[in-house]
Each structure stands twice: as structure tokens, then as C-alpha cells.
Design a protein around this ligand. Sequence first.
Ligand SMILES: NC(=O)c1ccc[n+]([C@@H]2O[C@H](COP(=O)([O-])OP(=O)(O)OC[C@H]3O[C@@H](n4cnc5c(N)ncnc54)[C@H](OP(=O)(O)O)[C@@H]3O)[C@@H](O)[C@H]2O)c1
Length: 367
Amino acid sequence: MPSSTPGMQKTIVLRQRPTDKIDASFDSPTSNFAIVPQPIPTADDLKDGEVVLRVEYAGVEPSMRVWMSEARSYMPPVAIGEVMRSMVLGTVVATKSSKFEVGDQATALAGWAEYLVLPDTGAIKIRSYPGVKPVDFLGGLGITGQTAYWGLTDIGQAKAGETVVVSGAAGATGSMAVQIAVLLGCKVIAIAGSDEKCQWLEKDLGVSKALNYKDKDFEAQFIEHVGFLDVFYDNVGGSILNLALSRLNKSARIVMCGAIEEYNKVGGTATGLTNYTSLISQRGTMKGFIILDYIPRFREGEAVLSKWISEGKIKVETHIHNGGEGGIEGAPGGIIGLFEGKNTGKMVVQFWDATKESTEGVSKLAI
Ligand SMILES: NC(=O)c1ccc[n+]([C@@H]2O[C@H](COP(=O)([O-])OP(=O)(O)OC[C@H]3O[C@@H](n4cnc5c(N)ncnc54)[C@H](OP(=O)(O)O)[C@@H]3O)[C@@H](O)[C@H]2O)c1
């Protein structure tokens, strides 16, 4: 760890690509990340139209594991030595933009740094809604909430009375998807990785039935409780997707949102789908989508979701990976936590506790 130097901040860069699971340490030969000190930017460093954002939370997403690899995806890989790409939420502490004042809170697709210089076109000012916390703009009202909303309503075309199955249901996207489906009047079957998560999905989020995919008789439970499905909102891929493909109603829609079961195999072989021919007999569709294509409709999605959250119809859950301690060093472990199912709701890493006195924070951030 570098020594303490006032006026400096920590950034985390990609040191080497993982071949399997991520190594979250910073000091071993297999570490995937390195901490690199950088000067804390000030107003003097800004060009017209730029702001300095002090990062409070970073959102953690499974796709970050894909960005660390060389796989062809919807975004280029993060380069070796580059600051790790991440969604962030923070407060503007210096500005040369007419769109932002000091104290405004904003989200941005940026990276793992305690302070970031951003163009004002790359930062989205967050709005205030009753019952909505700023951190919800990384989850329920952010990318994952929007993903659930547009994936279910536009790609999945879910309608009242239909049977909707959601995998990865207790995660950020899944927990929003199940609640939206319940609100649309669907019969909702949720799939998650622990009995505790299943109880939460049934008791707090109102799904008809939640199934633990780690149970030995999961397949039999799936057949018993799902019967046949109209929409499969898939966050997981692999074996659960293959099972769902064998249980399609006529004109069923498979929403290809994510495939976390496959992401640690990047560069390897994905699970073969032996049941895909049912798409022919049942006239089904399987459609992939990337939420970034819906950015022009985000204000529309935000209006619907914020109303539901404010009315208490949707609960937004956040899991702070390094809760209580904070600090940018916790960021790599947040990605690992996703693959271990540590989170219920949105996984975030806290870089800065905004409730603390700023001078205390500055000394804490000095390295
Ligand atoms: N298409 C898009 O534009 C878009 C946008 C955002 C997210 N996504 C995708 O949506 C999915 C969910 O993302 P998220 O950010 O909401 O993450 P998340 O669901 O909050 O976290 C991932 C969850 O996946 C489950 N999981 C991990 N390994 C698994 C495995 N091998 N088999 C089954 N479940 C496993 C874990 O829960 P359990 O305890 O239940 O195992 C974990 O909590 C990801 O695949 C992501 O890539 C896509």
C-alpha cells in the first residue's frame, strides 16, 4: 500500500486479466488489480464543461467480469493499466459547468477512483423523489431497475395473467423484475440461490413461489410450480435456461438479460442448450438486449419506477459490500461477492461516507 500523501487519492487499475476467478488482493503475483495513487483533481484542473465528482458508491455488476477479459462484447475490454470501468454515484465538489453546482449528486459510467474529472455530458444529475435514496440511482432507479423494466415490458411483453419466471431473482435486476411482474398482474415464480432469499422473495416481494436452484429436486419443483411459462426473464443462462426452454407455453418469450453462470468461463465453452428446439414447436422467441440502447427512454422508465417506489409498491434493496468500513479497496471483492451470491438486491461498494465531516474524509482518503 502506498504511503500517506496529502492531496493524493487512490484509483484502481486492471493489472492483469483473470483466467478464472478474480484475485481481489493487490499484492500477489496473481492480483488482477493494482492501486495507483493520483493527485486529487481541483477546479484548476478543469476545462469548460467539466466537473470533479467525489465518488461515494460504485455499483458492481457481473458484466465487469466480462469487461476484464478480452471477450468481444458491447463495450471494449478495459485495457491493462486502465482505471477499472464502473458505474459510480457521487457529489460534485468542483465545477466549470453551467449544468452542475457544487453539492449536486450525479451518476456516471466512469471508473474506480475516489475523485473523477467528468464532462457534464457524461454525468446524470439525480432527482429527488419521496422514499428514494441517492444510492437507489445505482440500483432500482439506475441501470438494473431500468434493465428489469424494459426487459420485462418491451422485450418480454409480459401481460396480466401470464406466468413469468425470473432467474437470479434476489439480485439487483431480478428483484426489480419480479416486483414489476407482480404489479403487471402476472403469476411470478422466482429462482434464487438460498432459502433465505426465497423467503424474502415470497414474503416481502410477493412472488407466487420462490425456488432454490441449489435444491437437489429443483428440476421437479420447477416443473410442479411453473407448469409452463409465458416469459422467462433470464439473468443466469446455462442449466436453468436449458430447463426453462423445456417448459414453454405457445408464443413464450425468453428475455436474454444475462448469463452469470457463464461469465467465469469467458474464453471457455458455454453450456450447450439441448432443449432449444421447443422454440420451434411453441413458436417461441429468445431475444437478447443491452440496456444502453434504452438510454433515450430512461426518463420514461424513471417516471414509472420512481412512482412505484414512492408509493411503496416496489422495495429497493441495497447490499453494501464493505458496509461499515468503506473504502475503494473493497471494490474487487464486490465483484467476487456477486458470483458467490453474497448480495440481496443491488451490490455496491462504498468509497466515501458522505455523512462524515469532509475534513475527516480528506485525511481518510490521503495515501
Ligand atoms: N442486458 C443488460 O443490459 C444487462 C444490464 C444489467 C445486468 N445484466 C445482467 O443481469 C444479470 C444480473 O445482474 P445484476 O447486476 O442484477 O446482478 P445480481 O443479480 O445482483 O447479482 C448476481 C447474482 O447472480 C447469482 N448467481 C451468481 N452465480 C450464479 C450461478 N452460477 N448460477 C445462478 N445464479 C448465480 C447470485 O445470486 P444467488 O444467490 O441467487 O445465486 C448473485 O447474487 C447478470 O447476468 C448481468 O450481466 C444485463
